[in-house]
Write a protein that binds this ligand. Structure first.
Ligand code: PEP
Ligand code: MN
Length: 347
């Protein structure tokens, strides 16, 4: 199933004209994706031999139709051809992809109640709006700490109650989608799972926004096609997250590709955020790269913060102390202001 053609309605075409077009296409057996923008409606048409069949139906001649165009990119639903306006995802009183910049901060892994609450309170005070923390950890070694699993999800939910912060946490397998979706506000797909197509489809069948990390060796096209897997299941609320790619460089853990921010914005209508923690692997590089990300147009950041990084059960070397995170937020706020963006705020 893929969108082969898009039908762009004229600016402010009356509803009766839109309905007539939709009716004709539905009668012909096409599946439709309707995208209502501020100024015009765009219809994505899905089905076999779409191009030839639509040409034969003279849809272009119908009242209210501006143009009928084939989608040339391999990605259909995520592309700007399908939807020119940026997608703004609503998350309670927060938005992702609009004017606001959302900062997601917290420990790499949920370790215990006290650790989580301490970090949550400090990042909230500094201006973060979303708490991150892994309960299911995709560790490189099976001998490393694997996470508290459902117990960790419960601690995240409890901390949300106490602070009002939203929760983003990773789901590492299809079998965990229901339980993670029960607790989290945003489902995180980790870099290692970016091409776990069954998992992508499973989160696509939920109604929760999905944070889709870039695979360590994924091209832009592969990354956007991963989003397409989520969207073809009906979930259009995908947030891209650049977290660095593997290159020949070994001083940094990954090479953080800031160019992905304008590239994703150019090719797609979806929000994109940056994770300078996994992107660099070194805490002293996190703030400068966070500033670069916001300056490049990122819709948010994901930053690891730990009350005592040297004692962290995972990713201590790249974790900021609460004090360093506060300093990051002061500087990020100044960059946001310089480019006319606002920092997200919890009510
Ligand atoms: C994480 O954010 O906890 C994580 C494991 O990151 P990544 O999937 O980018 O390695
Ligand atoms: Mn981590």
């Amino acid at each position: 199933m893929s969108v082969h053609m898009i039908i762009v309605m004229q600016h402010q075409a009356p509803k009766e004209q839109l309905d007539a077009v939709l009716e004709r296409l539905t009668e012909a057996g096409f599946q439709l994706h309707i995208s209502e923008g501020v100024s015009r409606t765009i219809i994505g048409v899905i089905g076999e031999n779409t191009k030839e069949r639509i040409a034969g139906m003279a849809v272009e001649a119908m009242a209210g139709v501006e143009k009928v165009v084939p989608i040339l990119h391999p990605f259909k639903l995520a592309g700007r051809e399908f939807k020119p306006e940026p997608t703004v995802i609503n998350l309670g009183d927060l938005t992702v992809g609009g004017q606001e910049i959302q900062v997601m901060a917290g420990p790499c892994a949920v370790e215990n109640e006290e650790q989580l609450l301490t970090v949550a309170q400090s990042v909230k005070e500094a201006g973060a709006t979303i708490l991150r923390g892994g309960a299911y950890k995709p560790r490189t070694s099976p001998y490393s700490f694997q996470g508290l699993e459902e117990e960790g999800l419960k601690l995240l939910a409890k901390t949300r109650e106490a602070t009002g912060l939203k929760i983003v946490t990773e789901v590492t397998g299809v079998e965990f989608v229901p339980v993670v979706a029960e607790y989290a506000d945003i489902l995180q797909i980790g870099a290692r799972n970016m091409q776990n197509f069954q998992l992508l489809k499973a989160v696509g069948r939920t109604t929760k926004p999905v944070l889709l990390k870039r695979g360590p060796s994924a091209t832009f096209e592969e990354w956007i096609l991963a989003a397409e897997y989520i969207m073809t299941e009906g979930n259009f609320n995908v947030i891209f997250c650049e977290r660095g790619i593997r290159t020949f460089e070994s001083y940094t853990r990954n090479t953080l590709d800031i160019s992905s921010v304008p590239v994703i914005k150019h090719l797609t209508h979806l929000p994109v955020i940056v994770d300078p923690s996994h992107g660099t692997g070194k805490w002293h590089l996190v703030t400068p790269m966070a500033l670069a990300a916001v300056a490049a147009g990122a819709d948010g950041l994901m930053v690891e913060v730990h009350p005592n990084p040297s004692q962290a059960l995972s990713d201590g070397p790249q974790s900021l102390t609460p004090d360093n995170f506060l300093e990051l937020m002061i500087q990020v706020r100044a960059v946001a202001q310089a480019i006319n963006r606002q920092m997200g705020k919890l009510q």
